[in-house]
Write a new protein. Structure first.
Ligand SMILES: Nc1ncnc2c1ncn2[C@@H]1O[C@H](COP(=O)(O)OP(=O)(O)O)[C@@H](O)[C@H]1O
Ligand SMILES: [Mg+2]
Lengths: 443, 242
């Protein structure tokens, strides 16, 4: 029996029992769409998590810090984060770039304006690898020493100390300029100098130049300025030495020029982040990435998805029973027919194919229509902006309630068809095993 | 068939018995049957109700397996064949005519007739050609697209006959083919069946309790209580019209 005949005979039988076929398909539609809609809620939640985490920074950046405390093993040996260690991290497979970081805090002067700015020292060679986007001017490069790139919100932090209006500021401050002053003297430029006495040494003031302003990123780079780490460490040490002398022996911070407290690593492929992070930890450093947060969020959403999917699965199970029931009914009605077909030489495989085709087609149609229905429901949910997600938390604004990706559509049609075939398996076996003689005897 | 020629037998039944178990009771449907049917013969199995005729026919058609003994058809032991082997064997070699027609109610006459060819995997075009030819031969050329419930008993049995002959099988089994028909239609149907079988030199085995049917056969096998009582050649004038 060739496939075309199986198909046409199957379609005929289904058409003969239209109402029952439609009702059975309806069961599958409901089953499929409840799974799809439930999963779409979970997927939307996941996407929202990801967006939210991404807004905090890049997912493929690992923050490394020196390990101060004890490690789990009890060893108190501290590993130095120096140029050698940085080079070693840079050599890990999958690492695109690595830079040491130095976090410092300075007073800046720009014409009549001053501002308190947190300045991060980085390796200027690789600045362009770290997702910095420039709004105005340029990024730092290898040749830069006293050049500064500012975060997007920094101009707003400058003010005119001579003005009575505190907020007479940002609009007129020019940070891209050769004439910036940078000092650790926090009183610099203020109206009343709080500098205690004239016999103290004046903290050094450095002439630096602003070369660029970053694009707004909604992340922490908005509030920082960036400089060559070598130069920054040098002027920081000079200033600290001066301060130590002023305070008679009080030591302001350690000063070893090639040892750092922090570093930042860019990984080429997001999927390698975890692996690289582990390797860095094995070297004896702390390593943190946003992937950690994302993972814990995704664990939460996975369990929510499992619950939602489970609820949906129950209705698909009911639909599967419906298919089995329909097929068994169909066998009862067609007992005689099946018997005649067998007597006329229908092979067992043909009988099985006939029944599996019908059951599979019911599943397939239910799957296709179920997807259509789910898409409609999903559209309505999103339009209505029903904040179902607030139940589960982690919902940002403007995020979708339900997302049905292409793979879910394909998978659910395939799954519904499979359910149909599985449900049809027992009835098909039954039809196969049916005694031809018994079947044609029944008058 | 007529005259003393040695004709090879198409069916050989040897020491066949069939015992049914109903609960703890044993029902002996066939006790010990030995029978050879030559190729091209029209053979009638005659007996009263419950004598075991249908059982014998079903065994020969491979619809049931004998309790003991062997059945060789065209050189093959059919009692040893697998379920699928038997299905293929029936596809190729056997046609069936039932007392209650057993047409599929949802199919038209044409589709019912072409059904055996569907199982053989014959293409629709060839199937329809062949089925049309047979329907014309049984006199239903104008009823091709009628469903069974739109036809009389006699017409339905003609469709059944067309279906049995459509694949041009070597053997045709007919179990009480006229059991549901009136006497006038019976004559028409019997002439149709036997003429078709003779035209193609096909072996026809008819089961009946009706002596009037028996005279259409070359040979009558009398069966009683699961045993063959006697076998008798019918006396016939060459070219006699019945
Ligand atoms: N499936 C069966 N189970 C039990 N007994 C059966 C079965 N089929 C037939 N018989 C018995 O075998 C005997 C012969 O039956 P059957 O061949 O149908 O007779 P016939 O066709 O000559 O009327 C009967 O006594 C009948 O009751
Ligand atoms: Mg009978």
């Amino acid at each position: 029996m060739n496939s075309i005949d199986v198909i046409s005979m199957g379609l005929r039988n289904m058409w003969r029992r239209k109402t029952r076929t439609i009702l059975t398909v309806l069961g599958v539609i409901i089953g499929t769409s409840s799974i799809v809609i439930m999963l779409s809620l979970g997927i939307a939640m996941n996407e929202n998590f990801k967006k939210e985490v991404e807004s905090m920074g890049s997912l493929n950046i690992i923050e490394v810090s020196r390990n101060y405390g004890m490690r789990e093993g009890g060893s108190t040996k501290e590993v130095k984060l120096d140029d050698k260690a940085i080079a070693k991290i840079g050599a890990i497979e999958g690492v695109e770039a690595v830079t040491p970081l130095e976090f410092t805090y300075w007073k800046f002067g720009a014409g009549k304006y001053v501002g308190h700015v947190s300045v991060i020292g980085i390796d200027t060679k690789v600045m362009d690898k770290f997702n910095f986007e420039i709004e105005e001017g340029r990024l730092l490069d290898e040749s830069d020493t006293n050049a500064v790139v500012f975060g997007s919100y920094i101009p707003e932090m400058f003010y005119n100390p001579k003005s009575s209006y505190y907020y007479d500021s940002s609009s007129s401050v020019k940070l891209i300029s050769d004439k910036l002053i940078m000092t650790m003297n926090m009183d610099y430029g203020e109206r009343r100098s709080r500098q205690s006495s004239s016999n103290t040494e004046k903290l050094p003031e450095y002439k630096v130049k602003g070369v660029g302003i970053l694009k707004q990123s909604a992340g922490e780079t908005d509030y920082n300025a960036y400089m060559n780490i070598k130069y920054l460490k040098k002027i920081q040490e000079e200033s600290n030495r001066a301060r130590s002398r002023n305070s008679r022996g009080w030591d302001y911070g350690e000063s070893s020029s090639d040892s750092y407290n922090n570093a930042m690593v860019k990984v080429k492929d997001i999927n390698n982040v975890k692996e690289v992070q582990e390797k860095i930890k094995d070297m004896g450093f702390n390593a943190f990435s946003l992937t950690d947060i994302l993972e814990s969020m995704q664990k939460t959403s996975a369990s929510i998805q499992a619950i939602l999917g489970g609820i949906g699965a129950v209705s698909l199970l009911v639909a599967a029973l419906g298919i089995t029931n329909t097929m068994i009914m169909s066998i009862y009605e067609r007992t005689r027919e099946i018997g005649v077909m067998k007597v006329l030489g229908a092979e067992l495989g043909s009988i099985r194919r006939l029944f599996l085709f019908e059951a599979g087609l019911i599943g397939f149609m239910g799957g296709i229509l179920g997807i259509g229905f789910s898409l409609a429901v999903s559209l309505i949910l999103n339009k209505a902006g029903l904040s179902l997600g607030n139940f589960f938390g982690y919902m940002g604004e403007g995020s979708k309630v339900s997302v049905i990706p292409l793979w879910l559509m394909l998978a659910s049609v395939a799954f519904a068809t499979l359910i149909g075939l599985v449900s049809g398996y027992y009835p098909a076996r039954r039809a196969m095993k049916l005694s031809a003689l018994e079947a044609i005897k029944t008058e | 068939m007529i005259g003393g020629d040695i004709i090879e037998s198409i069916i050989t039944i040897k020491d066949v018995s069939k015992i049914y178990r109903v609960g703890t009771e044993k029902v002996v449907a066939l006790e010990c049957i030995n029978l050879e049917i030559p190729k091209g013969e029209i053979c009638c199995i005659l007996g009263t109700s419950g004598s075991g005729k249908s059982t014998l026919l079903n065994l020969m058609a491979g619809l049931e397996r004998p309790t003991t003994g062997s059945i060789v058809i065209k050189g093959k032991n059919i009692e040893k064949m697998s379920e699928n082997g038997l299905a293929r064997f029936r596809q190729k070699n056997v046609g069936f005519i039932f007392q209650s027609y057993n047409l599929l109610p949802s199919l038209t006459a044409l589709e019912n007739v072409s059904l055996p060819l569907v199982f053989r995997g014959v293409s629709k075009k060839i199937r329809n050609q062949r089925a049309k030819k047979l329907l014309e031969q049984v006199g239903l050329g104008t009823r091709m697209n009628h469903k069974p419930n739109q036809m009389s008993g006699g017409q339905q049995q003609r469709v059944g006959i067309a279906r049995a002959f459509v694949a041009n099988p070597d053997i045709i089994f007919a179990d009480e083919p006229t059991g549901n028909l009136d006497s006038k239609t019976t004559v028409e149907i019997m002439n149709l069946i036997t003429n078709l079988a003779r035209e193609n030199n096909q072996t026809l085995i008819i089961v009946t309790h009706d002596v009037n049917i028996a005279k259409y056969a070359d040979r009558i096998v009398y069966i009683f209580d699961g045993n063959i009582k006697k076998i008798e050649k019918t006396v016939k004038v060459e070219g006699e019209v019945i």
